[in-house]
Design a protein around this ligand. Structure first.
Ligand SMILES: Nc1ncnc2c1ncn2[C@@H]1O[C@H](COP(=O)(O)OP(=O)(O)OP(=O)(O)O)[C@@H](O)[C@H]1O
Length: 247
């Protein structure tokens, strides 16, 4: 991870009518950092992501990416949400190349990047398959491959594995970490799952209940690959859990 600031959130404030959701939130994300955000149900995690992506206008504050006001139309930002968002009428390779085609990237370059990323996630054999022919785990791989294919400046993930069974979730988390380590992408990952946050992150932001502030920022220097049964892992997991108990 570099020391350079990739994303800067300053005094972010957002309400819906009289309901103050995000209350003067400020933090930075460093280039190449894997930041997890955990918080109670309804505290505004999705509202925060929607503010980043400009789906929602914000009441006050400023969010920058590489020092410029964040703007998904001009900057290269990728998203992975809980719902599978593959396009049924396109093959696996067409799905993965979709984001590159809309950016009008050269055909040979698209092919190269799509091949590379399919190889990284083990999809090469399925290049010509359609989503309807794939298992849940394969579909998730298509989604993640498509996000990494655009070589995003910032990858936003909102509970992407919330609905999956545990074994598959562990598997996809390991795959995500491998891709992240290879590409040095900056990631903001939102989750309810404390263990998942400790497993994945370089740092964890714990949010309070509404009106939402940052309760604590914990850095996570546990060596990778991590083991959920190691004492240091359990210690950090308990530390985050204790912060949550006081809500
Ligand atoms: N478009 C909207 N209009 C009005 N209120 C909204 C809107 N979107 C969200 N809210 C309210 O803002 C608060 C935060 O919602 P948000 O979905 O961001 O929380 P969350 O932390 O992502 O929730 P969860 O943990 O359930 O995913 C909630 O009280 C919600 O009812």
């Amino acid at each position: 991870m570099s020391e350079q600031i990739k994303v800067r959130v300053e005094h972010l404030t957002k309400s819906f009518g009289n309901l103050l959701v995000l209350d003067d939130i400020s933090f930075d994300v460093k280039e190449g950092e894997f930041l997890c955000i955990v918080g109670p149900t309804g505290c505004g995690k999705t509202t925060f992501l929607n503010s980043l992506t400009k789906l929602y206008s914000i009441d006050q504050g400023r969010i920058t990416l590489n020092g410029e006001a964040i703007n998904p139309r001009r900057q290269n930002i990728a998203y992975i949400f809980q719902e599978y968002s593959t396009m049924e009428w396109l093959t696996v390779e067409e799905n993965i190349g979709y984001g590159l085609r809309i950016k009008h990237i050269d055909k040979a370059e698209i092919q190269r990047r799509v091949q590379d990323v399919m190889e990284m996630v083990g999809l090469t054999k399925y290049a010509r398959f359609y989503p309807g022919q794939l298992s849940a785990s394969m579909l998730q791989r298509v989604v993640i491959a498509r996000a990494f294919a655009v070589q995003p400046e910032l990858l936003l993930m909102d509970e992407p594995y919330g609905q999956l069974d545990l074994q598959l979730k562990y598997h996809l988390e390991d795959e995500l970490i491998r891709l992240w380590q290879k590409t040095h992408t900056t990631v903001i990952f939102i989750t309810h799952n404390i263990e998942e946050a400790v497993y994945l992150s370089d740092r964890i932001l714990v949010l309070t209940n509404k009106p939402t502030k940052i309760k604590q920022s914990l850095s996570n220097d546990l060596p990778r690959p991590r083991k959920v049964s190691e004492p240091e892992f359990i210690k950090l997991r308990n530390e985050v859990t204790d912060l949550i108990k006081w809500w």
